[in-house]
Ligand binder design. Structure first.
Ligand code: ZN
Ligand code: ZN
Length: 175
């Protein structure tokens, strides 16, 4: 998705609001519906263009406990800078690692927003996805998804756990 910035480029300091719906696809993300982006773009007097706002998307993730696929709503805030590509190359020659600055390049009057949207969504993915906070995971013995039903090996284990037997001896007698 690209947006035309000729209007704001000619008026530094003037902000323009964008409300976008992006269908993707975005590499590394499995979308569950379109991405919605509410962004404000503004050009600086030095030719840079700042993009701020928020991006919302439903993505399909794999639960880190039970390995099932589930849909999660991601909401990330965005604060990025676009620099004219000609200037970027110049910078790259002068200082190493311009990539580390998380600066995007643009040329002409068009801003390409796909990389910005993708990078921000990927950065907002949970480190350990969970289908629900109390996901029970899978039984290490038989592989049964314990959210769906209990397996017999787990019940048997709980009933005969010697640690619980030991604790029973410490039950408080009323005095
Ligand atoms: Zn789960
Ligand atoms: Zn089991």
């Amino acid at each position: 998705m690209s947006v035309n910035i000729s209007e704001i480029k000619s008026a530094p300091g003037l902000a323009k609001e964008l409300h976008l719906s992006l269908e993707g696809p975005f590499e590394g993300l499995q979308l569950d519906g379109p991405v919605s982006a509410d962004l404000e773009i503004m050009s600086g007097s030095d030719g840079t263009v700042s993009v701020r706002g928020s991006i919302k998307a439903r993505v399909i993730l794999m639960c880190s406990r039970c390995a099932c696929d589930y849909s999660e709503l991601l909401e990330v805030s965005v604060d990025e800078l676009f620099v004219p590509e000609a200037e970027m190359q110049e910078k790259e020659e002068r200082e190493v690692g311009v990539e580390d600055l998380c600066v995007f390049g643009y040329s002409g009057d068009e801003l390409q927003l796909d990389d910005l949207v993708r990078d921000n969504l990927i950065a907002g993915l949970p480190y350990r996805p969970l289908c629900k906070v109390d996901c029970l995971g899978v039984c290490p013995e038989c592989g049964q998804n314990l959210n769906e039903k209990k397996c017999s090996c787990r019940i048997a284990e709980e009933e005969t756990d010697p640690r619980w037997e030991a604790l029973k001896k410490f039950s408080v007698e009323p005095s």
